[in-house]
Design a protein around this ligand. Structure first.
Ligand SMILES: Nc1ncnc2c1ncn2[C@@H]1O[C@H](COP(=O)(O)OP(=O)(O)O)[C@@H](O)[C@H]1O
Ligand SMILES: [Mg+2]
Length: 255
């Protein structure tokens, strides 16, 4: 494993029954970089993240995080792995039965040994970082707009200062301006923590903004990777079709 890599994926295969989702993924994520994986709906982007988190077990291949194998780890090792990781879920995935601050401080209370008072103080500090006032802390997530819920989800993802952060479709369901605000917050948060970030998205505006490097997933394989600059110059027909959102090209939409 290269010292420069935070995550190293080799020959990763994951199927569900007869359905092959990941068909030999090779991918490196360097320490401190922001890698964005692009690809159509249902191409296996979320499955890839779940494999890296040890939540799904691939049939074949290797995933090293800080040089340690994730495939086949036990529950105890999984807990250790998760303590390095934060995640912003696609739908926000906030608990409506908990207040905003309890959502943000969830990991601090459950796993990091914070008492209630210091956890709430820390939650309010992180909420401020993502542009939310302290009076939001005691509300229920259901009282918030979509954009505010995303901010709370982001606050929760970064509250325990993870080394690795996953963003699953962070801008889905937001208007273009709110998407841009969230993209900026993501960049700030990741840089502020010095974290390594893996974002999966089909939103090209978001990918362009967030990415140090882009990788494209198609039919279970990484068919291209490079910087945003390289992406704009590439003649790779998969990438060209995807970024142009065209129905013409090698990518066939399965109905
Ligand atoms: N737990 C599961 N059981 C069966 N099939 C699954 C499971 N999770 C994902 N899939 C299938 O894997 C494929 C990729 O899903 P996913 O990774 O969620 O796509 P996306 O790229 O949109 O994130 C889909 O066809 C989905 O139905
Ligand atoms: Mg997904």
């Amino acid at each position: 494993m290269s010292e420069e890599n935070k995550i190293e994926i080799r020959n990763l295969h994951k199927s569900f029954g007869k359905k092959i989702v990941l068909d030999g993924i090779d991918l490196d994520i360097r320490k401190g970089e922001s890698l964005v994986v692009i690809g159509g709906s249902g191409t296996g982007k979320s499955v890839l993240i779940k494999c890296i988190q040890g939540l799904l077990r691939p049939e074949e291949g290797s995933i090293l995080v800080d040089g340690e194998e994730v495939v086949g780890i036990d529950e105890e090792q999984k807990e250790k792995l998760h303590s390095k990781m934060g995640m912003l879920f696609q739908g926000g995935a906030l608990f409506d039965s908990l207040s905003v601050w309890e959502n943000v401080a969830f990991d601090l209370l459950e796993n990091k040994g914070y008492d209630k008072r210091s956890a709430k103080n820390e939650a309010i500090r992180v909420l401020r970082q993502v542009g939310l006032a302290p009076d939001v802390a005691d509300l229920s997530p259901s009282e918030l707009s979509g954009g505010m819920q995303k901010r709370v989800g982001l606050a929760r993802a970064i509250a325990s200062k993870p080394e690795i952060i996953f963003f699953d479709e962070p801008t889905t369901g937001l208007d273009p301006i709110m998407s841009d605000v969230i993209n900026d917050l993501i960049i700030e948060s990741v840089k502020g923590l010095g974290a390594t970030a893996l974002t999966i998205t089909h939103d090209m505006a978001s990918a362009r903004k967030i990415a140090d490097r882009v990788a494209m997933l198609y039919k279970g394989k990484i068919v291209w990777q490079g910087t945003v600059k390289e992406m704009d110059k590439t003649t790779n027909e998969y990438v060209v079709q995807f970024i142009n959102g065209s129905s013409q090209g090698p990518i066939k939409v399965e109905v």
